[in-house]
Design a protein around this ligand. Structure first.
Ligand SMILES: Cc1cc2nc3c(=O)[nH]c(=O)nc-3n(C[C@H](O)[C@H](O)[C@H](O)COP(=O)(O)OP(=O)(O)OC[C@H]3O[C@@H](n4cnc5c(N)ncnc54)[C@H](O)[C@@H]3O)c2cc1C
Length: 445
């Protein structure tokens, strides 16, 4: 079947299998002929080609809850369980995943493999910082239990390891306690990048902080934005309710997204939030997952799809680097609706984990061939400022850029080679980045 990531670029022909149970999985893995490229896939919400390969093993059959220990704030479940399912079970009991991304429709396995971050990295770290243990099916078919004290090297390679060490089968996660489904939020307008950065710093003690940046603004308004802060409210109830959503029924012509429509949207967004600034209460779902209210919003970018570009820059070079990068994006007229700026706290021990202390900016770009040269230019700026790109969003970074910016890649590769000597686990991305075998020939851009 034809398969893509959330960005719908690139497209690859894959054979997708879904074993009936863990036993079938562990028998299936060692039976693949040598030279096979196989990658686990969760909910397919990574944007690029990290969950694409000629053979894909879907984790959706691992959809079982194993235990919820409300007293000790722990949940154990299969790796195919989604965060939406975890929230549905946990929220009515006053329990909450400590780290949430911008969509709830991702699997536990995908959250661990990408070591995802939320709006609270500066306070709570990454998702995997709260994962106590995992069980992993290796290429040999062996099931291995990994934690910080047991098979710890493999644990730190698999957390953030983009599915390249094996198939995560189960995980045990620490939860946080909440007493309400409401989030106390506050929105503040910033007139330019300097003000956006100052406000992010000033609100660094708040639990959840994120800034929307108008990446089409130029001159004195370059980097203007809205800072959104939030924390769990003590007031209110614990009743979970499903949020409604509207769908994009078909792929819209990519022409609808151009500089004029995006600038109009950005102006409307900026003005609306500038007027409606101040404190209010929001249902948690609306605060964490605003994009989930539009199903298949990725179709808005047209049939050629889009690329999401997320990088982090260390604090010392963040302001100059962001000014340079936003200037290049704005001059190229290729900005996006969704430019999101967040502060990261310190990096963890996971070998390929993306976050490190500094600022991270996320940009969406409609795919067009001329985009690729702009992104190569941005890569050079990111590297020059000591930063790196997020693997869960990437579909085109070069091996050289990756290896220069992920200094632990050799340590990772050594562990991967030990547990997967024939290189069974490989994605289009890992082949491109030099973490596994040869280039796949069957992709179509
Ligand atoms: C709207 C939106 C908002 C997002 N916001 C954020 C955000 O705020 N922060 C953030 O960090 N990310 C964010 N993401 C990215 C997303 O959280 C990650 O890409 C995540 O990995 C997706 O999980 P998935 O289950 O869809 O995995 P997939 O996309 O299916 O796979 C992603 C990677 O995980 C591996 N994998 C999946 N399941 C397993 C398994 N069982 N065992 C081993 N490896 C496995 C795959 O091989 C692949 O390398 C966002 C994505 C979207 C679409």
């Amino acid at each position: 079947m034809l398969l893509t990531g959330w960005g719908r670029y690139p497209t690859v022909t894959s054979q997708v299998t879904a074993p009936g149970n863990v036993d079938a999985l562990t028998k299936q893995l060692p039976a693949y002929p040598s030279g096979t490229c196989l990658i686990p896939r969760g909910a397919g919400r990574s944007y690029g080609d990290s969950a694409l390969a000629e053979q894909v093993v879907s984790s959706r059959f691992l959809d079982n809850f194993i235990a919820l220990d409300a007293d000790n704030l722990r949940i154990s479940c299969g790796a195919g369980v989604t965060l939406a399912e975890v929230l549905r079970l946990c929220v009515p009991q006053g329990l909450f995943p400590p780290v949430l991304p911008g969509t709830k429709h991702i699997s536990m396995g995908g959250a661990i493999a990408a070591d995802i971050h939320g709006k609270n990295h500066h306070v709570d770290g990454t998702f995997c910082d709260h994962v106590e243990s995992i069980s992993l099916a290796l290429a040999s078919g062996e099931l291995v239990h990994c934690s910080r004290s047991e098979n710890s090297e493999l644990f730190h390679a698999t957390c953030g390891g983009m599915g390249l060490t094996g198939v995560i089968v189960e995980a045990r996660l620490k939860l946080a306690k909440v007493s309400s489904v409401s989030i106390n939020t506050e929105s503040i307008a910033a007139a330019n990048l300097k003000e956006s950065l100052t406000l992010l710093n000033e609100h660094n003690e708040k639990k959840y902080v994120v800034a929307w940046v108008d990446c089409l603004a130029r001159g004195a308004a370059l980097g203007r934005g809205i800072i959104h802060c939030g924390d769990h409210s003590d007031a209110g109830e614990l009743r979970h309710r499903e949020s409604s959503s509207i769908g994009v029924p078909f792929t819209t012509p990519g022409l609808l997204l151009n500089r004029v429509t995006m600038a109009t949207f950005n102006n409307l967004y900026f003005n609306r939030h500038s007027w409606a600034k101040g404190a209010r209460q929001q249902y948690y779902d609306k605060f964490f997952f605003p994009l989930d209210s539009i199903r298949n919003w990725n179709r808005l970018y047209g049939s050629r799809g889009f690329l999401q570009y997320q990088f982090v820059l260390p604090d010392e070079s963040a302001e100059s680097g962001l000014t340079e990068i936003l200037g290049a994006v704005s001059s190229a007229g290729k900005g996006s609706f969704l430019a999101v700026l967040k502060r990261f706290g310190a990096a963890n021990e996971n070998l390929l984990s993306f976050p490190r202390a500094g600022l991270t900016l996320t940009l969406d770009f409609k795919f067009e061939p001329s985009l690729l040269s702009l992104l190569d230019e941005l890569d050079a700026m990111v590297l020059a400022h000591g930063g790196r790109l997020y693997l869960a969003k990437d579909a085109r970074m070069s091996e050289a850029v990756f290896k220069q910016s992920y200094p632990n890649w050799e340590a990772f590769k050594a562990i991967k080679d030990r547990v997967d000597p024939d290189g069974l686990f490989a994605s289009m991305q890992s082949n491109r980045l030099g973490l596994s075998g040869a280039d796949m020939g069957s992709s179509t851009a």
